[in-house]
Ligand binder design. Sequence first.
Ligand code: ATP
Length: 512
Amino acid sequence: MKHKELLMGTALGILGFLIILEVNVWPVLLLCGLGYLLYTSGGQLRGVGKGRVGAVIAHTTQVTFDDIGGQEAAKRELIEALEFLRDYERAKALGIRPLKGVLLSGPPGTGKTLLAKAAASYTDSVFISASGSEFIEVYAGLGAQRIRELFSSARKLAKEHKKPGAVIFIDEIEVLASRRGAQAGHLEYDQTLNQLLVEMDGLKLDSGVRILVIAATNRPDLLDPAIMRPGRFDRTVAVGLPDRKGRLEILKIHLRNKPLADDVDLEDLARETFGLSGAHIESLCNEAAISTLRRGGAAISSQDLAEALNKVLLGERLDRRPSDEEMWRVCAHEAGHAIVAETIRPGSVAHITVSPRGNALGFVRHSPAEDRYLYPREVLEEEIQILLAGAAAEQLMFGSKSTGAANDFRRALDIAKRIVLYGMSPLGVVDKDTAPMDMLARVTNEIIQNADRCAVSILTRYRAVLEKLSEELFEKETVSAEELRSYLAAPGKLTWKWRKPSVRRSRIKRRM
Ligand code: ATP
C-alpha cells in the first residue's frame, strides 16, 4: 500500500514538473492509462485463489456427511471413492491408480456442493471452489491460465494449512467442459478444457499434495466424452431429488436449531414436499421461522410450515384480490380440483386456498400417499380428470369456462399425448413420425373427453359439496383438507342451498 502511494506521489510530482516546463504531457498520460489497463486485466489473473476464481474456504469447511440428508447412495459412492485419499499408504501398497475426479450429476439444489465440502472435511483436505463460467473469457488463453493457477493455488494452500490433500470443486462444469468444437469459432472453450485435462492427467498419488477434483453438473449430456474417460472423471455419482425418507432427514437437519410446536408432524410434511429439492426444503424451514417471528410466536407451528410451503411452491402472497365475480369462479374452480382429487385418491388433498400467489389465483396442494416413479395409464387418466375438474366446476356453476383453466388444459393434453405415444392407448405402440396425425389427435381427444365426463359426473354427484366448498373458500380463503373430507363423508347433511353469486355477494358484503 505504502509503495503504491509513494509511486502515485512521485508520478504526480513529475507530471506537475513537466507541465511547468510546458512539455506536452498527453502522450505520457495516454501511455499511463494503457499501462493501468494492462495492469488491471493482469490483476484478474493474479486474483486466482483470492476470490476471482476459487474462493478459498479451506479451513472453514465444517460440513460433514451427517449434515446432508438423504442421498445415501451418493454418500456411499463418494465415501468409497475417498478412501484412497484417507488410507494413502494402503492404496499405494496395492498399487491403486489414484482416483482423480468425481462427477456429481443431478438437479439444482440437491446437495452437490455440500457433498464436495463434506468430502474435503472427510479427507482432511483444503477446499477450493470455482464455477465453470469463471473460466470462460473472451481473451484466448485466460481460461487455461486460470485452470493452471487453480491447481497451483490448491497445492499452495494445502501446504500452507499443512493438509495432506486438496479438493477442487468445479460447479457448472458443463460450461467449461462441453463438447469441444460445440462453440463455433470459440477456441477459448477448447483451450480451457484441454488445460483441465492436462492438469488432471498430471495428478500423482505421491506428489506431496493429493488433489481430487469434484465437478458438478445439471447437464451431463453436454459434457465432452474426453472428460469422462477412465483416469479423469472416472466416477459419476447421481445426486437426485430426495425421496420421502430423505426429505424427512433434510427437514430434521434444517429444523434442528428451531423450536417446533407440538402440532408439527414432520412425517406429514415430508409427504407433502414431494418433488422438492434440499434447497427448497431449507428455504421452507427458514420461511416458516420468519413467519413465526412475524406473528410473534415462540415456536414454529404447522400453520407456519403450511404457509411457508405455499410460499416456496408458488411465491409470496399477493395483495391483489380479484373482483368478487372472478373470486367466485376461482373458488368454484379450486373446489372442483379438490373434490375430484379427494374422491379419486382419498386422503390426497392437503390444503385448498384461493389467496393469489405468483401467477396462480388459487391452489390445491396435494400430498401423495407414496412417492411415485412409475405412472400406469389409470394414474395418468386420474391426473387428467383432476386437471379438468376446475373448468368442469366452472361450467356446472356458471354455465361457462374461463381462461383460468388454460394451464390445466395444456398439462392435461401433454399427459394425454404421453398416454398415446408411450403405447398405452388402444392404438398400442405407435411411431409419432409415421402414424397419421388425425388418428393420434382423435385418440388424444377421446382420452380428454372421457376424463372430462368422469370429472363432470363426480362433481354432479357432489354438487352440494362443490357449492358449500366454494362458499367456504369465498369467505375464508383457505379450507383445510379435514373440512373437505367431512363434507364428502356426509354430503346429504349439507342442507345449505346455493344461490346466485350476486345475491350472496351482497350478503357477504353486509357481513363485512
Ligand atoms: P446447484 O446445482 O444449483 O449448484 P447444489 O446441488 O450444489 O445446487 P447445494 O448448493 O449443495 O446444491 O445446496 C444448496 C443448499 O440446499 C444447501 O446449502 C443446503 O442448505 C440445502 N441442501 C441441499 N441438499 C441438501 C441435503 N441433501 N441435505 C441438507 N441440506 C441440503
